[in-house]
Write a protein that binds this ligand. Sequence first.
Ligand code: ATP
Ligand code: MG
Length: 429
Amino acid sequence: MSKSLQAIRGMNDILPEQTPLWRYFEGTVARLLDNYGYKQIRMPIVEFTELFKRSIGEVTDIVEKEMYTFEDRNGDSLTLRPEGTAACVRAVLEHGLTGAGQPQKLWYIGPMFRHERPQKGRYRQFHQIGLEVFNIDGPDIDAELIVLTWRLWGLLGIRDAVKLELNSLGTSESRGRYKVALVEYLSAHLDKLDEDSQRRLKTNPLRVLDTKNADTQAVLVNAPKMADYLDDESRIHFEGLKARLEAAGIPFVINTKLVRGLDYYSKTVFEWVTDKLGAQGTVCAGGRYDGLVEQMGGKPTTGVGFAMGIERLILLLETLEQVPEEISRQVDVYLCAFGEAAELAALALSEKVRDQLPNLRLQVNAGAGSFKSQFKKADKSGALYALILGEDELAQQVIGFKPLRGQGEQQNIAFDALAAHLATCVVQG
Ligand code: ATP
Ligand code: MG
């Protein structure tokens, strides 16, 4: 195929055989978030470039090298959203959703775009489900975010494969004091730092903690620790969070090097990581961003949130073989009809049945075909039952009912009794 007719590298089609798993995952999360009282918000996929620069920070990986930025026909600089928090905060401010200190518990789902090197678990268009909570500043809500993800891992059957890492970044003041100490220490070991870290030391020193370089990691062993610089307020907040996680029975480890890639975090940061997906091991990450809304021009408004990467969680479900079998069956009943008169009757009958059983997954054969070919399609559809309508059945106003997966005998059912009969044998979701 010519190059222009192929999908862009790192941007994937999600094919029909994959969508049942996506819908199962998304449905499970949506139900869970409903149950915890979160409301969905939907933002545009494109925003002014300035929004991301102002919120994510100019010297982050995302803004420095990962954004899809272009000029539109008006000459405005626009960017495909690389994450959801910035747009969510913008929307909340624009519509006054957090006015007068009103709390908001929001969630969103959708594609995000980052120009990264595509590999397993890392794509250029990927999908996130994110949560953002505004105007609730205690550790109770930080704990709720973590507790509900823990519940989600339980529902999905992947609890044993994920680990919670936790850190506190303090307030911007205490982080400022820590930065000074860190820069002083690292500057004394400048020659042992990798090139990237030397650069970051000047632009965004906390990011040095995030390095994958072994030599720099060795230098970091004796570096000052954030925990020793935490202000009282952040320390109490962090203790409150840990106490709640312990009360809820959620295991965690403190990772003092966890800083997250975005500039806007404060106090709590956390990541759910797995060792089952190779290098792309973070499946869900977030934290508190008490200064962000003000930084973006709003009144002081606290915030905390996270985003999970859907592709990585789907990969994890597949890797752990935690894909429920029943999700791939999308047809309950397949109706075969033979000849024009039977097809007309079948259409009328099937629509009546749909009126009575709105959740029934009934596929009516299209494209005619011999008995053998229709039957083959019925079987391939995954349906539990086939309905058969030929001239003989039509004359008697009955339809053949044939179990396809070995549950019971074939029998004829009167047209009028069909919906009631199907209701007894098909579990309706
Ligand atoms: P990483 O360190 O893996 O690059 P990140 O810190 O850039 O992740 P966040 O911005 O916190 O990621 O996004 C939250 C989640 O979204 C990640 O934990 C991950 O599950 C997912 N994610 C981020 N970037 C990608 C990507 N390019 N492809 C697939 N999933 C991604
Ligand atoms: Mg990244």
